[in-house]
Every structure is written in C-alpha cells, then in structure tokens.
Design a protein around this ligand. Structure first.
Ligand code: GLU
Length: 622
C-alpha cells in the first residue's frame, strides 16, 4: 500500500520548489522557445509594402501583417505594439505619439494627436517646488509621479484602426503579446536602455524586478521575457481599450504615479504625482490637420501643434526656398558648395527654432499662429536675416508670424538662452502597403526609460512627458505658451513626415531625438532633395544640429571632416553631440521610405546609430 503523503508536506514541498525556481517555475507548462532574432538589414528594396523601425523583431511583425493581407495602418499598429516589447524604454502604452497617414483612396494626409495630457490638477506652477519657490531640478521632475501624463498611445492605435485599419486591435496586439511571452534576444539597444537607467530603475520595485533580474542588466544575447506585458496586451485584446482608459488599468496607472512604488532600500525621493483615473478616462486622441508646405514642387506634410515638428521643419524649408530664390546654391559638388549648403541649413534651422520657441504649444490652449509660421511671406521676412559669410548670434529674437511684412532684418539678441530639456528617447516607424497607403509614426515615453516607473504586474513603463512643458516662462517678459495646465498637451518636437509628388507618396521620414528630431528630419530632406544623396545615404550622413543656441551639436564624423573648419570660419561653434543610447555621440535614429521611379519601395533605417535599425519589404527586389 502506498503511504499517503500528508497534504501539508506536499504543499510545503511544492511551495519551496516554486520559490526556488522563481517566476518561471518547473510546474508551469513548458514555455515555448524564445522568438529567434530576425536578420537585420538597414536597407530593403522591392514591392508589396514595406516597414522600417529600430528593431528587426518589430519590423518583421509589421511585414508579417502585410503578408497576411493587412494594410499599412494594421502593420504600423502591430509594429508599434512590438516596439512596446523590444523597445520599451522609448515607447509603449504608457506613452504617447503622433501618427501621420496618407490614405491612397482619398489621397489625403491626416494626423492623429496621441500626445499625453496634463492631469486636471495641473497649474502653470506645478513644477515649482512649494518648499523653495524655485523650479524643480529637471532630474527630480523626470524621476517623479508628477511627470506622468494621461497616455495616448493605445487610443491612437484604436483610433487609427477604427478609421483606416482592416483588423481589430486584438489581432494587432497578438504577435507582440506572444513576443513578450515567449521572449526575445536582448539586443544592444535593449541592454543599453537598461544600463543607462540602472540606478533609477533600481529605485522602483516593479521596474527593478522586471528589468534588473537578479540586480543585473540583462546581457546582450540572453533571452528576455515580459509575461506581465503579454498578459496586459491579452487583457486589452479581450476587453478593449476601455479596460485601460475607463477601467482597472487607469486606476493602477494613477496609483503608481501617486504612490511611486519605491524599492525599500532606495534613498531617492520620487515626488508623488497628481494624475487620476478620471484624467485617463477623459483622454482623447483627436484627428487633426497636418502641416503643409510646398518645397520644390513637392507637398510636405507633417505633424502640427502641439508638436512643433511640422511647423519648424516647414518654416525652415520655406526659408531654404527663399535662400535658393535669392541665388543661394544648395549642392554637394565641391567642398565650398557643401559648406554653403550646410550654412544655409544651420541658419534656417536657427531662425525657425527661435520662432518655434516663442509660438508653438497646444493649440487647444494657446493661439498658435500655425498658418503664419508656414507662410511664404513669413519665410521672406526671416530668410533675409541669413548670410552666407557670417553666422547669427543666438538666441535670435522671434519673428511675428501675424505681421510678416513688418519683420525687421536686424535680429535683436536680448533673450536668454533656451535650455532644451526634451529627452532623447522615442522611436520612429514607417509602413506602406500594396495599395499605396503610408504611415509615418513617432512614439515616445519622453526620456529613455520614461519616468522609470513600471506599473506593478503590468509590464509597461509610464511616461515622463509632462517635463516637456516649460517649468517657468523661458523668455520673460515674453509670454510662454508652453506652461503646464490641466488637460493641456506639452509641446513636442516629433516630426513624422510624408512627402507627396504629384499627389502620390514620394518620401517618408521621421526620427527620435528630442528637439534634434526637427534638425534630423530637415537635414535628411536637404540631403535627399537638394544634395543628391540616396535616402540611405541621406540617413547615414553625419548630422549637425542647430536649435537657436550658441553651439551647434555635431557627430564625430562631421567634427573630423574639413567642413568643420570651413563652417567654423563662418562663425559656427561646434560641440560634440551628447552620447545617448550608444557610447558614441550621435543625433537621432531615423527611418524612412522612398517610392522609387520604377515602382519599387525603398525602406531605410540607420546603419549605425542606436545599434542600427531594420528595414524590410514584402517582396525584395534589390
Ligand atoms: N518628448 C520629446 C518630444 O515630444 C521626444 C523625446 C525624444 O525624442 O527623445 O518631442
């Protein structure tokens, strides 16, 4: 006769087995093997649709959607959901973004504003420390519940699919959920995203538990799983976005921000947030009109306010148009041509940033002169400030877009410098389908790693997007339109762009990089449209970024080229761009598409920056 093992002994044994085996216990059903890392190419050319993103996992998932008959919107949402798994320090359902869509049936470009909103308790002084009367240190605001705005990403996906998709959200979430559940290979950017944040991630218990298993940064090449995120995606797939915006998840997000879940050993103070479940329940992602300018007969569409991306890229392009009309030659033929072209680019950007800093904010709260900023007449009044032989002194006084005719050509330089505090995280994806629909989508949680707070048991990080507000007026006594307010969206720099030629898609581009998003997009367009580079070369070329400041940031390849002394002689003052994701100093991490004259699509990502991106087409024909 078999001896009966007492129940208590069995449960004690089971318990100790479970505890020693950790979360993935031997008692659980055998896990499916991790998803193998797809091959990574920075350029792909062919037919049938295309996707480019920073991750081969995410790009592959988008391509698979296209192969199964989905359209560009379906593919973009599935790709974005996958980025939330493998690029979680730059994107995810805890954040926001801007979705730009070309509809091949209507030939129209429409945008979705998925920017995070300020909680109802926000006032213009919310980032002033009541104890000192001074603005919070930027890092103290980033590492706080106060920086968390109502997330817009999930609503953006739902709105995009409702309007233009062919599949339900549940279907687009499934591949990403399985990637999170089965696991994926830790890549350089994933490892770096944690290593950069190791200290603050270790301060927050659920973040440390998820991203610092055993207290360590997961090694490149190891397998990483996020079963909590898989379960969150599955929950949303089953119940719909209402479970996030009107339900359980809204409450948990608010709780997390209001009571940052600190590690018991942490000695860091995370200021509690003020966001509530009803702030999240009230969130909307409206359809908005894109910005538009004409450039060399092309129609350039991008994201309007509250992003400054479209107005600033657009104004700078209009200024370049004026410079060309006045005889400025933009060309890459000789070194002198190259220096002249980059001088035009830097100075157009400098002036456009002066106007951006003064005028652009959330149009639901401020009178943003979008049409004026984009008017050719305004560009005339700004282009005349720019010289081929000397450099403007920053900060440049802003122009008055409402009265372009009254603009003076003598810049006053009485303003205080504007320290950009936008993050350097974010990610950009592009998608096109066989019917000719196109998506250009930039999404973010602001800082790399957002607010550092993972929602307990949900597997996603919360944004710190509210730090994109100005904490105090930047140029007093001039009014600052970008101060915090209840329900307001902070100014962004994201510039997801789609360019049409003769009414058909021609070029698509976007990038992360905080305020340098604008210069990255602008420089890629200059490289491609004026300087004769192919799209892959235009993306790979060394970047320089002037944002109305005394210094111009530059990548190492530029600093070691003869163009550095040539432009320094004109008065430019270069400094190395900061190292962000990689130990190397770099600016942006773009992706793009070009619709080639022979009917093929070329998808392009970064060959090097941020560990290199991934471009794929449905039917490769190199
Ligand atoms: N929060 C920034 C913006 O909206 C983006 C951050 C980044 O690109 O790193 O412009």
């Amino acid at each position: 006769m078999r001896r009966k093992t007492p129940y208590l002994v069995i449960s004690a044994l089971l318990c100790s087995t479970l505890m020693s085996a950790g979360p993935a216990s031997a008692a659980a059903p055998a896990a499916r093997p991790p998803v193998p890392l797809p091959p990574k190419e920075a350029v792909a050319t062919g037919y049938g649709g295309a996707v480019a993103s920073v991750s081969p996992y995410a790009t592959q998932i988008g391509i698979d959607v296209l192969k199964r008959g989905g359209n560009a919107v379906d593919a973009a949402v599935a790709t974005a959901a996958a980025l939330g798994v493998v690029e979680p320090f730059s994107s995810g359902i805890g954040g926001g973004g801007f979705f730009v869509y070309y509809n091949a049936r209507t030939h129209r470009v429409t945008t979705i504003d998925g920017r995070e909103t300020g909680p109802a308790a926000f006032t213009p002084t919310v980032f002033i420390d009541p104890a000192t009367g001074k603005p919070l240190a930027f890092a103290d605001a980033v590492n706080s519940g106060l920086s968390v705005g109502a997330p817009g990403t999930l609503m953006t996906w739902q709105e995009a699919l409702n309007a233009w998709g062919t599949r339900p959200l549940a279907e687009e979430l499934r591949p990403a959920a399985r990637l999170a559940e089965r696991g994926f290979t830790v890549t350089g950017d994933f490892n770096a995203g944690i290593a950069l944040n190791q200290q603050r991630f270790s301060d927050i218990a659920p973040t440390a538990q998820l991203y610092l298993p055993g207290g360590q940064v997961p090694a490149v090449g190891s397998t990483f799983r996020n079963p909590d995120l898989a379960a969150t995606y599955d929950l949303i797939a089953r119940k719909g976005v209402g479970v996030f915006y009107g339900g359980q998840l809204a409450q948990e997000i608010a709780n997390t921000a209001q009571h940052p879940p600190m590690t018991p050993t942490s000695d860091r103070f995370f200021r509690p947030g003020v966001i509530t479940a009803s702030d999240i329940a009230g969130y909307t992602a409206p359809f908005t009109a894109p910005t538009h300018v004409s450039y060399d007969g092309l129609d350039v569409y991008s994201m309007g306010p509250p992003s400054s991306g479209g107005t600033t890229v657009g104004e700078a392009l209009n200024i370049l148009t004026q410079l060309k009309r006045s005889g400025w030659r933009l060309s890459w033929d000789t070194q002198a041509d190259q220096a002249a072209s980059l001088q035009a680019y830097l100075e157009a950007s400098r002036v456009a940033f002066a106007d951006r800093n003064r005028w652009v904010a959330d149009p639901a709260f401020e009178n943003v002169p979008t049409a004026g900023l984009l008017s050719p007449a305004f560009a005339v009044s700004r282009a005349c400030l720019i010289s081929p032989t000397s450099t403007l002194t920053s900060p440049v006084a802003p122009g008055d877009p409402a009265n372009p005719g009254s603009g003076s050509c003598t810049p006053a330089t009485t303003q205080t410098p504007d320290a950009s505090t936008e993050g350097v995280s974010t990610t950009h994806l592009v998608a096109a389908d066989r019917w000719g629909n196109v998506v250009s989508y930039t999404l973010t949680i602001e800082q790399t790693g957002g607010s550092a707070m993972v929602v307990p048991h949900r597997g996603f990080l919360l944004n710190n997007e509210m730090t994109d507000f100005d904490f105090t007026p930047i140029h007093p006594p001039a009014p600052d339109p970008n101060l915090p307010a209840a329900g307001k969206r902070p100014r962004s720099s994201m510039a997801p762009t789609i360019i049409l030629r003769d009414g058909r898609p021609y070029l698509v581009v976007g990038s992360p990089g905080g305020a340098s998003i604008i210069t990255t997009v602008l420089q890629i367009l200059l490289n491609r449209l004026d300087l004769g580079m192919s799209l892959p070369d235009a993306i790979a070329a060394p970047r320089i970024s002037q944002r109305d400041s005394a210094h111009t940031e530059a990548e190492p390849a530029f600093l070691s080229s003869p163009l550095d002394p040539a432009l320094t002689a004109l008065g430019q003052n270069f400094i190395p761009a900061p190292a962000t994701f990689t130990p190397a100093s770099e600016i942006g991490a773009a992706t793009g598409l070009e619709f080639l004259a022979d009917g093929r699509i070329q998808a392009a990502a970064e060959p090097q920056r941020r560990f290199g991106g991934s471009a794929m087409v449905v039917f490769p024909v190199p």
